[in-house]
Design a protein around this ligand. Sequence first.
Ligand SMILES: Nc1ncnc2c1ncn2[C@@H]1O[C@H](COP(=O)(O)OP(=O)(O)OP(=O)(O)O)[C@@H](O)[C@H]1O
Length: 237
Amino acid sequence: MLTIRHFTKSYKGGKKAVDDLNLVVEKGDIYGFIGHNGAGKTTTIRSVVGVLDFEEGDIEIDGISIKKDPVACKRVTAYIPDNPDLYDHLTGIQYLNFIGDLYSVSKTDRERLIKQYGDAFQITASLGNLISSYSHGMKQKLAIISALIHQPKLLVLDEPFVGLDPQAAHTLKAIMADLCRNGSAIFFSTHVLDVAEKLCNKIAIIKAGRLITYGKTEDVKGDHSLEDVFLELIDND
Ligand SMILES: Nc1ncnc2c1ncn2[C@@H]1O[C@H](COP(=O)(O)OP(=O)(O)OP(=O)(O)O)[C@@H](O)[C@H]1O
């Protein structure tokens, strides 16, 4: 579903933020992307979703190169950034309908999914209110619902659990598992290693722009906790 080949990205005047990264996310995978601050996670994620240009390598989504046909790639991808920037002057429901229109979601699917996810995140009663009146967590829930209503083949999330209350985090984990059981793929960054360990079937660890290990969670962590493996790799590699 997502293939990253020899991906390399430098910012103007800086060293390589990501250097020769290769990764494959298959249908049904929940792939956790972990690394210390500044390791290159957001740079990779923003390039995968077509927000950031890159000079070397290629990224394919569902077999299509993001460089050759970015619109086709975006049509099947949903992206939830770490700090979603929504339209404050719209109500929650207006925003969801705007996204539904962009992705040509039918009226029936739209109503069903907004009800399903709105109820799951306990935000249905607030959807008629202006986004400017929402708390940070409510904005994050709205961004998540807007990503889910177009039923993406690939869901990409940057630090999705930061700012969510425990109940919302629990709901999101259940939805992520459900999506992947139904054949979508998820690629997400996180610093919450115990969540990554429980939720992800695959893990990649990045350090200073280079992947230092990746693969099935049980192979990456062996008999140890993911936290122990991560700390050891980050210290010793
Ligand atoms: N707009 C930018 N201009 C210049 N350098 C940047 C820019 N954005 C990121 N970088 C640099 O690229 C490297 C990777 O940053 P990135 O944001 O991808 O890390 P990250 O793994 O997402 O970190 P965090 O966990 O703190 O969010 C860092 O050295 C950072 O300073």
